[in-house]
Design a protein around this ligand. Sequence first.
Ligand code: BES
Ligand code: ZN
Ligand code: ZN
Length: 480
Amino acid sequence: MLNFRESAQFDKNVSVIFVTKSQIQNKKFNFSSLSIQNAIVELFKTKNFSGEKDAAFPLTIDKKIALVVGVDDSKDANMTGLRVTVRKAILSSYLKNAKTVELIPHQNDDAIINAVIEGILIGTYQWKKYIKADKDVPETKQITLICKNKPAYQEAIDICAGVNFARDLVNDNADIITSEYFEKTIKTLVKGQKNITLKILNEKELTAQKMGLHLAVNKGSNKEPKLIIVKYSGGKTSEPYTALIGKGLTFDSGGLNLKPSGHMETMRSDMSGAAAVVGTLKNVLKLGIKKNLLFVCGLAENAIGSCSYKPGDVFVGYSGKSVEIGNTDAEGRLVLADAIAYTIKNYKPAQIIDIATLTGACVVGLGFDYAGLLSTDNKLAAALMKSADATDDRTWRLPLYAEIKDAMKSHYADIKNVSNIKGGGAITGAEFLRQFTEKTPWAHLDIAGPAFVENAGRWYYSYGGTGFGVRLLTHFLKEK
Ligand code: BES
Ligand code: ZN
Ligand code: ZN
């Protein structure tokens, strides 16, 4: 699909040439063919090609097409925009029938090449399982990127595969991507790998372990609730474990507090946190990251029926705390509360990061481009924000504070799963989770906004799951 070559040869079906306006004006190009350089300069003079961001013009050179594409070099230019430009170029109609493509970036520094790779591999991902293929269009293109073949670029390719792996899990039907499907997927990933111990708790084991919150959420479902824990001992025996815990609601109907039309259609994506954990696991194995890690997926389905858990009910979770169900649609925090409590008690990790499509309130506050980050540990939060900046999985920190717990008071249980006051839903969701983290340093990523794209073409994403969190978490684990 994607390979590297040091110099441009203009021998493929199409050569895509990225240029900035100032490169044309100064006649300083990132390839050596003088005839093509002159052709671009002449084209620019005709004003048919402005050199502006995303402008594209096809030149014919020796019966081949060279698509000249403008790259932003204004003060607002950033790597998100570059990924968008790459995506647009590769998906442009000029390349529709091309089987082989040469891509010449405007510059060769690492950040630019990384963004170009992601623009190609993340930007051109499409969920096509249920679409009849156009027979005339090649399924995949062989893209040759003109740059040195560095190990870091190979890693970038691998990381994108992890991102798209998570997207595939999000995009298919909820009744296909069940807890059982997660189990099979994880088993396939870890098969034959060293340093792995797998623990799977099904309904029977969850019952024996008194994980009453996780079980309550799944009561209306005909599918098995599962807590899956992959223990990966890639580091030294003396080194502590970091736990990644993903919310895996394979479908969230809201339960008896049923979601209205317009809010339920995308709820197969409510397992995006667990999908991000699985995508990160794939990357960790592929890159051979030398850390001690726990990959935890809390899997359930929030369905309706006479067996469903009910508003006003009280359930006792693994921690022993009782929870009044104020709203059956606040189910993710219940599954996560048990997953967090179980992971701490049985594995004693040094730090925990949970990732979850937890609250609509987070989307109201931050929109679709940023995940909420809430943490009890400034060092952990800072490290995550650094990885967020480096990877374009953007996060914004929200406050976490003890007083908000008062708003979750219950008359007859230790705590209620929703707040008695309006406002601050993302913060109350996180504060609820904090009750189960004990003294373990913890960070919570609320990805309800960025996990799924409803408007086709936001940034460099197609409609559907984005794989948000895979790049962030992989980068975080690669550090140090
Ligand atoms: N899965 C939803 C949150 C969500 C909303 C994810 C929009 C993605 C897009 C979650 O389980 C939920 O329904 N939360 C409720 C909590 C409320 C009842 C306190 C919400 O945000 O409305
Ligand atoms: Zn819900
Ligand atoms: Zn949910």
